[in-house]
Write a protein that binds this ligand. Structure first.
Ligand SMILES: *Cc1c(COP(=O)(O)O)cnc(C)c1O
Length: 347
């Protein structure tokens, strides 16, 4: 499929003069989740955004933001990132010939994401602080120098990201009752809500946050946010007001999940559905399970869970949460015993 700007040109802020920077992002699968549907008693679908070119939904916003930066004559850009924004910006800026600096909270970025930014030629700066500090510094920097800012405070990012809502409606052939997604900076939930409103529909938005980083629940910034889900380890969301409005105006809800529930949804997705996403993404499914248990989401509802990023982004957590590795001497008797674990296998 062609990229998003070509597919949705009439609904995006571009003209014939906009140079299109694309990696043919979007058009990601909407997968029925048979086992999870049975578990919660609802019709559950997974919008698998890990299938985007750099492995996260950030590519939807980046194709528009980088194309517009190029149109505006930018030669250099900057972003603060919990990882996926930097990976995406590095790829699109590399393709556009725009210099990029990515500003990351030191020691808090998943290994796969860091590797992507490094190999795509971005200047990688690790700030001794958390994401909120990195974003504050980047916003100060763009006051001093003529740099394109590629964070989701850039409105072009949300314009691109709203196309995910268009795709959900096309793929489902109707409007879901609920759309569940993880919330960090609040850009993506705002973008989905915008996309649905522009399409004249209003599914209820279910926001999943990590318990240690849940400003949407408290309504105010959280100092020193913490969670295993690094993509949503954000205490002071740039889009807090819009995200809150999306939840309120849609008749939606927020659920804050402890890390162990996020990780059990992460394993459930991989083991029961064959879908390997990153921990933050599984927050959507963890939030759904919680909202079914407390009676908010009722039986028979149609629910789309957005899986924001690919599992390979964070190989360290997969290794720690996944199966242990069994060592084996090089003979077939040992292999038979160890591979099958003594359980009978029938033809
Ligand atoms: C960026 C990101 C989020 C959070 O999106 P926001 O727009 O910041 O709310 C969630 N999951 C993944 C994998 C991300 O990369």
């Amino acid at each position: 499929m062609p990229g998003l700007i070509e597919r949705y040109r009439d609904r995006l802020p571009v003209t014939e003069r906009t140079p299109v920077v694309t990696l043919d992002e979007g058009s990601t699968p909407l997968l029925p989740a048979r086992r999870i549907s049975a578990l919660v008693g609802a019709d559950v679908y997974l919008k698998y955004e890990g299938a985007n070119p750099t492995g996260s939904f950030k590519d939807r916003g980046m194709t528009v933001a980088v194309s517009k930066a190029l149109e505006d004559g930018a030669t250099a850009a900057v972003c603060a990132s919990t990882g996926n924004t930097s990976a995406s910006a590095a790829a699109y800026c590399g393709r556009a010939g725009i210099r990029l600096a990515v500003v990351l909270p030191e020691g808090a970025i998943a290994r796969g994401k860091l590797a992507q930014a490094q190999i795509c030629g971005a200047r990688v700066v690790a700030v001794q602080g958390d994401f909120d500090e990195a974003l504050r510094l980047v916003r100060e920097l763009v006051e001093r120098r003529p740099l394109a800012l590629l964070n989701s405070v850039n409105p072009h990012r949300l314009e691109g990201q709203k196309t995910a809502a268009f795709e959900v409606l096309e793929q489902l052939g109707g409007t879901p009752d609920w759309v569940a997604l993880p919330v960090g900076n609040g850009g993506n939930i705002s973008a989905y809500w915008k996309g649905f409103r522009e399409s004249g529909v209003a599914p209820r938005m279910l926001a999943g946050q990590a318990e240690g980083a849940a400003p949407l629940v408290t309504g105010r910034p959280v100092p020193s946010p913490h969670t295993v889900a690094t993509a949503i380890r954000i205490g002071n969301p740039a889009r807090l007001d819009e995200a809150s409005a999306a939840v309120r105006d849609s008749g939606g809800a927020v659920r804050a999940l402890p890390d162990d529930r996020i990780l059990s949804a992460y394993r459930l997705l991989a083991q029961e559905e064959g879908v390997f996403c990153e921990p933050a993404s599984a927050t959507s499914v963890a939030a759904l399970i919680e909202a079914v248990a407390d009676g908010l989401v009722t039986r028979g509802s149609t629910v789309v869970c957005v899986l924001t990023g690919h599992g390979l982004k964070d190989p360290d957590i997969a290794g720690a949460e996944g199966a242990e590795i069994v060592r084996c001497p090089p003979d077939v008797e040992s292999l038979e015993q160890l591979a099958l674990g003594g359980e009978p296998v029938h033809a």
